[in-house]
Design a protein around this ligand. Structure first.
Ligand code: NAP
Length: 323
């Protein structure tokens, strides 16, 4: 029987238990995957603590990589032996093996190894839709990206730099500022030491930026609105510090702002949408975007990984070894 991380009650990292689970068999439209690597993402924390509640007991996790070793009836998208990865639901990637809808699988090119795929698929597809669909960043745009040294942040900063944007990124320490700077963030701002909105206005001669990408949420939301220029777009895509506040619509009126709360689920709702993002991501990596795997844990040690992520001790991507 395979092992998996099982959550029986919502709570802190300690609620994750490494247990034997029933050996799943693929049903119609499903593939069975022998997993090699699993990606750690902030959404796993929300699933573990009940912010995004799953039916319990549950195996959390939205990103995995491995080899297809069996397929159910009617599957023609993949075959046994294919190397694949996936992002988003159904949850359950914190497992040695699992079944998953075959139509949602992404076939991995030979030049993307398993570890890199697990480190970049969810975060990189997110960066891809944020920068090319939610707001199409153009050469010369000045962009504010929060948590610039984080998983999504390090990929996004490099990608923005390649587009030719001027990147302002927030971080919580000098070390993270240096790391972000080495990955395309031209102006790191330590938002635990200085008012980032004032700094953005200073850097833009009072104009503000056309777009803010905010995955931090509660602690940055108001400042993000302040940092925008006229007709600016606030992309609120996460809540690492807690949920952002409810917003009275009239708050947007003064600068005629746009506010959007995008998610990866609709952006990967069809194989075409997913493949389009994956192709953009694979190309970005071939063009030089580096996927930094700065923390590696054994899957059974998921609690330590969650503690590190929640305590702002990680940078770049974190993966779990399954094999
Ligand atoms: N909507 C979507 O499609 C989508 C997809 C993927 C990820 N996301 C969101 O994007 C954000 C980044 O995800 P990620 O997996 O790449 O995580 P991450 O950026 O590697 O980690 C979160 C970072 O947020 C910053 N942060 C600020 N306040 C924090 C607090 N109170 N507690 C913890 N961290 C805090 C920390 O950086 P500093 O120490 O530098 O402040 C921390 O390293 C998350 O909010 C996630 O939910 C959204």
């Amino acid at each position: 029987m395979p092992n998996a991380i099982v959550v029986h009650e919502f709570g802190g990292p300690e609620v994750m238990k490494w247990e034997e689970v029933a050996l799943p068999k693929p049903g119609p439209g499903e593939a069975h995957i022998a997993q090699t690597k699993v990606g750690l993402n902030f959404i796993d924390v929300y699933q573990r603590n009940g912010v995004y509640p799953l039916d319990l007991p549950a195996t959390i996790g939205m990103e995995g990589v491995g080899i297809v070793d069996a397929i159910g009836d009617g599957v023609d998208e993949v075959k046994p032996g294919d190397r694949v990865g996936y992002v988003m639901g159904p949850a359950g990637s914190y497992a040695e093996s699992r079944v998953y809808p075959a139509s949602r699988l992404i076939k991995l090119p030979d030049d993307i190894d398993d570890a890199t795929a697990a480190a970049m698929l969810l975060k990189g597809l997110t960066a891809a839709y944020l920068l090319t669909r939610t707001y199409q960043v153009k050469k010369g745009d000045t962009v504010l990206f929060h948590a610039a040294a984080g998983g999504v942040g390090l990929i996004a900063c490099q990608w923005l730099d390649k587009i030719g944007a001027n990147v302002i990124g927030t971080v919580s320490s000098e070390e993270k500022a240096e790391l972000a700077k080495a990955h395309g963030c031209h102006n790191p701002v330590i938002y635990t030491k200085e008012d980032f909105a004032d700094k953005v206005l200073e850097l833009t001669s009072g104009e503000g930026v056309p777009v803010v990408y905010d995955g931090v949420g509660k602690d940055t939301f108001d400042g993000s609105l302040k940092a925008l220029g006229d007709f600016g777009t606030l992309v609120s895509f996460g809540a690492a510090s807690g949920a952002p506040p409810a917003v009275p619509v009239k708050l947007l009126a003064g600068k005629a702002l746009y506010l959007t709360r995008p998610g990866l689920a609709p952006h990967t709702a069809t194989p075409e949408r997913t493949q389009d993002l994956a192709d953009r991501l694979f190309q970005a990596v071939r063009d030089g975007v580096k996927i930094e795997i700065n923390q590696i844990f054994a899957l059974r040690d998921a609690a330590a990984a969650h503690s590190a992520l929640e305590n702002r001790q990680t940078t770049g991507s974190t993966i779990f070894n399954v094999d």
